[in-house]
Design a protein around this ligand. Structure first.
Ligand SMILES: *Cc1c(COP(=O)(O)O)cnc(C)c1O
Length: 400
């Protein structure tokens, strides 16, 4: 089908919620994507930090194909082997004992929110409120968009679920004040890096202090690692950089290497609050998605991928730092292979991302006028160099 026809069908049939780029990809190989005209692109986007193993990665493709031939879906009313293996592989060596598997980041966070509420409910305590940060992003279901600290996502959908409070990110005094003022607070939910709103890492001291405060007050610390988990920062989970032990974490984006899957992980004492019937899912934990995620987990555990993320992340960061010589580059920041450039108001990120796309590099225009870089973990030095050169040329030619 030709591209004009594809666009025509999209415009005619689909709810108009995506500001799409005018490119239709047909296939990919490693960190390269190809459009329907045969043009090649280097992928610094990874399907929103998702395709962590790159495209057409043989072990992943083979596992999916082999599983599809055996079984695709059987529901959670029966056991399945890939699910059993994935739970063991994901939890072993971690501080967590129990896992729930859903299909997306929002669902993983919904499960986490319900678990927090059930935990305190079962304990007979009137604690149900969750404190989150301004500029956070936790998903688009009603509860998770309410948890999300950005009015633009929630305003039109009132009335919103109750029990969410927002405080400024990286401001410990504000967090402490909010917690001390309200006995109904049950948990604090944070991201190690606020990805969607512009790759803003949590301050080390802030997260350590938030953790200590939660401990001393008997509150739960939930970390939304949907974007920062599964090796994105150079460690399996982002929180490992901080030497803390969160009570609940959620995963999704990189977990399936592009196949939809999300997970909520917790320790026994908390997870035990969920009894049969308290939560559920039709598709979650199906053999196909679990077989895919099992490959991701095993590749991260058994190969040098995490070390590569750290090394390539450092290299990408160094290359981006050099662009600070342009006066409209306000900041360069990130961890591992989640990096960003913040631009001054004079230069629009979407415009830069659009021009880079036409030069064959996929980078993402994220919140607060940033360019987000979240390539597959297999990105090479040469690919980073080529992208940084192209971006530098583009900046040099920008007349402001
Ligand atoms: C993407 C994202 C979500 C939502 O994930 P979906 O799979 O789109 O529901 C939640 N939290 C964070 C931190 C994310 O980056």
């Amino acid at each position: 089908m030709d591209f004009t026809k594809i666009k025509e069908l999209d415009a005619k049939n689909y709810m108009n919620i995506f500001a799409r780029n005018h490119v239709c990809f047909s296939h990919g190989e490693g960190c390269k994507l190809y459009d329907t005209y045969g043009n090649e692109y280097t992928d610094f986007f990874g399907g929103i930090a998702t395709s962590c193993l790159g495209h057409n990665y043989p072990p992943l493709v083979n596992a999916i194909a082999e599983q599809a031939k055996k079984l695709i879906h059987i529901s959670n009313l029966f056991y399945n082997e890939p699910q059993a293996k994935l739970g063991e592989a994901l939890l072993s060596g971690t501080i967590f004992d129990r896992i729930f598997i859903g299909n997306s980041g929002a669902e993983a966070n919904e499960a986490a929110i319900k678990l927090v509420r059930k935990y305190f409910y079962a304990a007979g305590k009137k604690k149900y409120k969750i404190v989150t940060a301004l500029d956070s992003f936790h998903g688009r279901t009603l509860a998770t968009l309410t948890a999300t600290g950005q009015d633009k996502y929630s305003k039109p959908y009132a009335p919103l679920p109750q029990g969410f409070l927002h405080v400024p990110f990286n401001d410990f005094e504000a967090l402490k004040t909010a917690i001390n003022a309200d006995d109904e607070i049950a948990a604090v939910m944070l991201e190690c890096i606020q990805g969607e709103s512009g790759v803003r890492p949590v301050d080390y001291e802030y997260l350590i202090n938030a953790y200590a405060l939660c401990k001393s007050k008997g509150l739960l610390l939930m970390l939304d690692e949907v974007q920062t988990g599964m090796g994105r920062t150079g460690k399996m989970f982002g929180f490992e950089h901080f030497g803390i032990q969160p009570d609940i974490i959620t995963l999704a984006k990189g977990l399936g290497g592009g196949v939809p899957i999300g997970a909520c992980l917790a320790r026994n004492e908390i997870a035990d609050a969920f009894k049969p019937g308290d939560h559920g899912t039709t598709f979650g934990g199906g053999p196909l998605a679990c077989a895919a995620a099992l490959v991701v987990v095993n590749e991260l555990k058994n190969t040098d991928l995490l070390a590569r993320v750290e090394k390539s992340g450092k290299y990408l960061s160094d290359r981006l730092m050099k662009l600070r010589k342009f006066k409209f580059v306000k900041d360069v920041r990130g961890m591992g292979l989640l990096q960003a450039i913040e631009l001054s108001d004079k230069l629009k990120n979407a415009e830069v991302a659009g021009k880079m796309l036409s030069k064959g590099f996929i980078i993402n225009a994220a919140g607060n006028n940033t360019l987000r870089f979240s390539p597959p973990y297999t990105i090479t030095k040469a690919e980073i160099d080529a992208m940084a050169e192209a971006l530098s040329e583009l900046f040099a030619a920008t007349n402001i």
